[in-house]
Write a protein that binds this ligand. Structure first.
Ligand SMILES: Cc1cc2nc3c(=O)[nH]c(=O)nc-3n(C[C@H](O)[C@H](O)[C@H](O)COP(=O)(O)OP(=O)(O)OC[C@H]3O[C@@H](n4cnc5c(N)ncnc54)[C@H](O)[C@@H]3O)c2cc1C
Length: 385
């Protein structure tokens, strides 16, 4: 790249990490973000949107120098992971068994975005276009031009689309998607408990869909409940106290008292962009792929996209742009597809009530629990190694 100017559309976790890594390498970044990025307070109630970050994602956030900016009382390192099917034995993972300091880290998406933006604001080679959305994209031979909703025009050598699941970049480039609706919704419920911080995350598989517990810092936690859209709509219409009464029955494993602080519902949709690039524009993160959140892999896959593209832009800068972007697609697409498919097989089989599938599922859980090294290898793969 000659003048090293890059446009990034979307300043969520994936866009902000891309911007920071590239700006730290001396690229001039034009960062376009549609929504205001809110300044956060340490004592604010926990946000509903939280993610489990793999050790590999943590490493990337350390590399750009923001990991230490996440307040320790907003971050939970979890040591154990348990998963089981109703009436079946547990599959358990333990960080000590793997020789790791933690299996992963749970934090609010908004805090990760905030610390990345805080670091970006220190740099003078990042130009911010906040509260601005994209109107059009024009791909040229050696550059790409975007027009914003205030008619401002920006030209650069590359456009990186990180504008999430409903990506305007993807639509404006006319990149199709393969998608399906799981006909399930997922409810996120923030709770404040009367016990100390927990460090084990668990997931129970039921015929109606999984139920999960994610420990958060201090005495906070997040419950995840998959069910039919109708049931989730009904639950979402309840008061926090009414919801708590239902949780006491439906989440019997919660062995402590708690209060419901916040709740929200999300439809589950799988999407995969048919191609990851067109001309001088490329898609990363949820703009390229969304995955069933079952195993908490979405943003971790997005961070791997970032790492891959940034490595290519730095180490293969002699390649013509179309070859470089093709290489990015070849490296990332099969990996993302494999993870999407693995999650779907797991999810679909967990909901099947066909007796043979049930028996196989239970057998797989028992074999997996006793497989020693194999079980640990699978966990390490999920941790990004
Ligand atoms: C219920 C649920 C639970 C999840 N749990 C986990 C988990 O535990 N672990 C995990 O790894 N992943 C998890 N995920 C997935 C994870 O949340 C996403 O993969 C991640 O947020 C994607 O980040 P992103 O930056 O690609 O997109 P987004 O977070 O969607 O960010 C896109 C950004 O682009 C901006 N934008 C949008 N349109 C425009 C436009 N036209 N112009 C300019 N800016 C624009 C938006 O304002 C936003 O800031 C979960 C998802 C769900 C739904």
């Amino acid at each position: 790249m000659k003048n090293r100017e890059i446009i990034i559309v979307g300043g969520g976790m994936v866009g902000a990490l891309s911007a920071l890594l590239l700006a730290q390498q001396g690229f001039v970044i034009h960062l376009i973000e549609k929504n205001p990025v809110i300044k956060l307070a340490n004592d604010a109630p926990f946000d509903l949107r939280v993610s489990a970050f793999s050790a590999q994602s943590k490493k990337l956030l350390e590399q750009v120098g923001v990991w230490q900016d996440i307040p320790t009382d907003r971050l939970c390192a979890y040591q154990g992971l348990q998963t089981w099917e109703v009436g079946s034995s547990k599959l358990t993972f333990d960080s000590a068994e793997l020789g790791m300091e933690a299996l992963g880290y749970i934090a609010e998406n908004s805090w990760i975005q905030a610390v990345l933006w805080q670091a970006l604001k220190q740099l003078d080679n990042v130009v911010f276009y906040e509260n601005r959305a994209l109107l059009s994209i024009k791909n040229n031979e050696s550059s790409v031009t975007v027009i914003l909703d205030n008619q401002q025009s920006i030209e650069a050598e590359l456009l990186i689309g990180c504008d999430g699941a409903n990506s305007a970049t993807r639509s404006l480039l006319n990149i199709g998607i393969s998608a399906w609706d799981y006909r399930q919704h997922c409810m996120l419920i923030s709770i404040k408990t009367d016990c100390n911080q927990q460090d084990i995350t668990w997931q129970e598989f039921r015929e109606t869909g999984p139920c999960a517990f994610l420990p958060l810092a201090k005495n906070n936690a997040s419950l995840v409940w998959y069910h039919s859209p109708e049931k989730i709509k009904m639950l979402n219409s309840l008061t926090n106290n009414q919801l708590k009464e239902i949780l006491l029955i439906e989440f019997p494993k919660l062995s402590f008292d708690f209060n419901v602080i916040n709740k929200g519902a999300f439809p589950l949709t799988r999407r995969h962009a048919q191609t990851y690039f067109k001309g001088r524009a490329v898609l990363l993160g949820d703009a390229a792929h969304t995955i069933n959140p079952l195993a908490g892999q979405g943003v971790n896959l997005g961070f791997k996209d970032v790492q891959c593209l940034v490595d290519l832009l730095i180490n293969s800068s002699d390649l013509p742009m179309n070859k470089l972007l093709r290489r990015y697609e070849l490296l990332r697409k099969p990996h993302n597809l494999l993870m999407q498919t693995a999650m779907d097989v797991f999810y679909k089989s967990s909901k099947s009530n066909v007796t043979l599938v049930r028996l196989m599922r239970k057998a797989v859980l028992i074999v997996a629990q006793n497989s020693g090294q194999l079980k640990n290898r699978v966990m390490k793969y999920a941790m990004g190694y």
